[in-house]
Design a protein around this ligand. Structure first.
Ligand SMILES: [Zn+2]
Length: 322
């Protein structure tokens, strides 16, 4: 009888060990799965922002406010903290009414911040009888999806840099939201520690440099691209701006922060020689390359995970005009 009990006990132990191993492996797979942002998540976020219900997200409309609230909901899902006050929505005045930027924070191991931004407003509707909605899937639901994706990526991580995520409003009416929030005194504590701002503008398509690649506006003004590429994971590449003559560096929301002498560039994949959808009703989700976008977002997250105030401290050179 005694013998039997020992055997039984051993069997039990063996079974327990097997179970434990199984449990460990499934936990590991859950964890590695959690590290990757899924294509389905990217599709959900981008398609919601670019849906016909959002009616082109023009500033001053109810749909623009719906978009702001949707982004706030996504920030909450990622356990981000408020940038200021008791809401992700940071108000400013537009034509005598209140409009909102959306801002959230992820605290890292240090007080130094990296910023990730894009603009969620677009140009509303048109009189086109076939399709009267400017869905703005590329411009700039793709940019907002990218910053939300990066927040997703870091949800259960403890990065070295703290991070601030800002969805600007009113870009299409003259960068109104970024002008307002960049001069909001309540955020000075963040701005004085902001190492660099990555502003995403139109990242829905494959770039002229191929897949898994972006270009950076004003690349000649700082060493951000060099420092980033040194740490880049899975061959993600930031390329020089092929459209430098168009001065895109001075024409997007990053410029509101350049004025504060903060390192701030825009990152894009748009191929200007092919982008017939630019400010057209055809800027719809069917032009989005979700495989490429998902790859870029995950590789961006993995690269940012390697960055620290020690290996990433980009500087402007003398050629930039503040
Ligand atoms: Zn636009």
């Amino acid at each position: 009888m005694q013998h039997f009990y020992i055997n039984c006990d051993r069997l039990h132990k063996l079974y327990f060990m097997k179970k434990l191993t199984y449990l460990t492996f499934s936990l590991l797979s859950v964890f590695s799965f959690a590290q990757e942002v899924s294509k389905e998540r990217i599709q959900t976020v981008l398609s919601t922002l670019a849906s016909d219900e959002m009616k082109g997200r023009e500033i001053g409309t109810a749909e623009n406010e719906n978009a702001a609230n949707y982004i706030a909901k996504l920030f909450k899902e990622n356990n981000l903290e408020y940038c200021t006050g008791n809401s992700y929505l940071v108000p400013f005045t537009y034509k005598g009414k209140t409009a909102y930027n959306v801002c959230g924070i992820k605290k890292g191991k240090t007080d130094k911040y990296l910023g990730f931004s894009g603009h969620f407003d677009h140009i509303g509707t048109s009189n086109n009888s076939k399709d009267n909605i400017y869905n703005g899937a590329d411009d700039d639901a793709s940019g907002i999806t990218t910053l939300v994706g990066i927040a997703d990526y870091f949800k259960n991580k403890d990065p070295k840099f703290s991070m601030v995520f800002i969805a600007f409003n009113g870009e299409e009416k003259g960068m109104l939201g970024s002008k307002a929030i960049s001069t909001d005194k309540n955020l000075d504590k963040i701005y004085s520690n902001l190492t660099a701002l990555f502003n995403f503008e139109m990242v829905a398509t494959e770039s002229a440099f191929g897949r898994n690649a972006l270009f950076m506006t004003g690349d000649e003004f700082s060493d951000l691209d060099e420092l980033f590429n040194l740490n880049a994971v899975n061959d993600l590449k930031i390329n020089p701006d092929p459209y430098a003559a168009q001065q895109l560096f001075y024409r997007s929301d990053n410029v509101s922060f350049v004025k504060k002498k903060i390192i701030a560039h825009s990152f894009s994949t748009v191929d200007m020689t092919k982008a017939s959808h630019y400010h057209n009703e055809s800027d719809d989700i069917n032009i989005v390359d979700f495989d490429n976008l998902t790859q870029i977002i995950n590789n961006f997250g993995k690269t940012v995970e390697k960055l620290s105030p020690e290996n990433f401290s980009p500087k402007y050179n003398n050629s930039v005009k503040f």
